[in-house]
Write a protein that binds this ligand. Structure first.
Ligand code: BT5
Length: 308
């Protein structure tokens, strides 16, 4: 949202302000004020205008400007009702030089998981791709995936859902998948050019429109306010991304994987044992019959404990 539009919103949120006062306050013409007000109305903001001036009476339920409104993180939002994949568009924007941009959609027709798997993304979910240019070497980028997982788990818990994190990138409720994260990047060996962290949350969707083994926020607590939920996720993610030392402790607190018997499948091997820790930048430490092993990425299954 442009700065003047943001300032118009902030000013009229606290009661009626006359057009001339607003123009003087923001140092723009009255016509400019009027144009901003019209654009905001177009985006779904309810603005009362009478003799006393303009007053914000309601905020749109969802959308780019709605999420940007009072967002305490420095992201610009680009919203689409329907798009193939928010990650794909965010990558394109990265190629054009953008940064601190979140591509958000109500529905995706070609949502992607890891390794070109499909991600079901019906209308009503939260599909967000955060594009940034962090001053990190590529090897540290997995930390950002963990930060996003913590952010979603925290927002879900705030909404009353008992969400846990399964290494490396799933948020689950009672063993069913609520959210997945796909992190993509471009860069050189010692410096990242850009990173896109794509977050897919089954929010206000029926579980029967999702693959087996999936669950949604709706199933547990009914429909959530997607605007506030998305804001909480973006704000928490931004805070953690700026404080990398806080990521692993926060992740450990919510992880179900630690202490479990696991089977991790990577493209070239399988590792079976007890997950005992996570180490920077996100590798799982597994105690196996043959000693301690570390895996950076892979699909993780939680196994029943031996002897059960
Ligand atoms: C993931 O992959 O979990 C990453 C998903 C990332 C999706 C977001 S949405 C916004 C952004 N734009 C994109 O195009 N993608 C990102 P992975 O760990 O590979 O898991 C994929 C597997 O999860 C699939 O093979 C299915 O078994 C399952 N799955 C597919 N859709 C699901 C859903 N909506 N909920 C739960 N599980 C699902």
């Amino acid at each position: 949202m442009n700065d003047t539009r943001r300032a118009v919103l902030a000013a009229i949120a606290d009661g009626p302000v006359s057009g001339p006062d607003l123009a003087a306050q923001l140092d723009v013409s009255r016509t400019a004020v009027w144009k901003h007000v019209e654009a905001l109305k177009e985006a779904g903001f309810s603005i009362k205008s009478d003799d006393e001036g303009y007053e914000l009476t309601d905020v749109p339920e969802y959308g780019g400007l709605a999420v940007e409104y009072e967002l305490e993180a420095p992201y610009e939002l680009e919203y689409h009702e329907r798009i193939d994949s928010t990650n794909t568009l965010a990558r394109e924007r990265a190629g054009d030089g953008a940064t601190d941009l979140v591509v958000l959609a109500d529905e995706q027709t070609g949502g992607r998981g890891r390794l070109e798997r499909e991600w079901a993304a019906p209308s009503g979910g939260i599909y967000a791709s955060i594009l940034t240019r962090p001053p990190l070497p590529p090897a540290r980028v997995p930390l950002l995936t963990l930060a996003a997982a913590v952010a979603v788990a925290d927002a879900a818990r705030e909404a009353g859902v008992d969400a846990t994190i399964k290494w490396p990138n799933d948020i689950e409720v009672d063993g069913r998948k609520l959210c997945g994260i796909l992190t993509e990047m471009e860069g050189e060996a010692d410096r990242v050019e850009w990173v896109v962290v794509g977050i897919g949350i089954n929010a206000n969707v029926d579980a029967d429109s999702l693959p087996a083994g999936a669950t949604s926020l709706r199933e547990h607590v009914g429909d959530v306010d997607r605007r506030l939920f998305t804001q909480r996720v973006l704000e928490r993610y931004h805070d953690l991304a700026g404080d990398p030392d806080a990521i692993l402790p926060a992740w450990r607190e919510k992880a179900v994987t630690l202490g479990q018997r696991v089977r991790v499948t990577t493209p070239d091997r399988q590792v079976v044992g007890t997950a005992i820790d996570i180490e920077p930048p996100g590798q799982l430490v597994i105690d196996t019959d043959g000693g301690v092993e570390r895996v950076h990425a892979g699909d993780c299954e939680h196994l029943r404990p031996v002897g059960e």
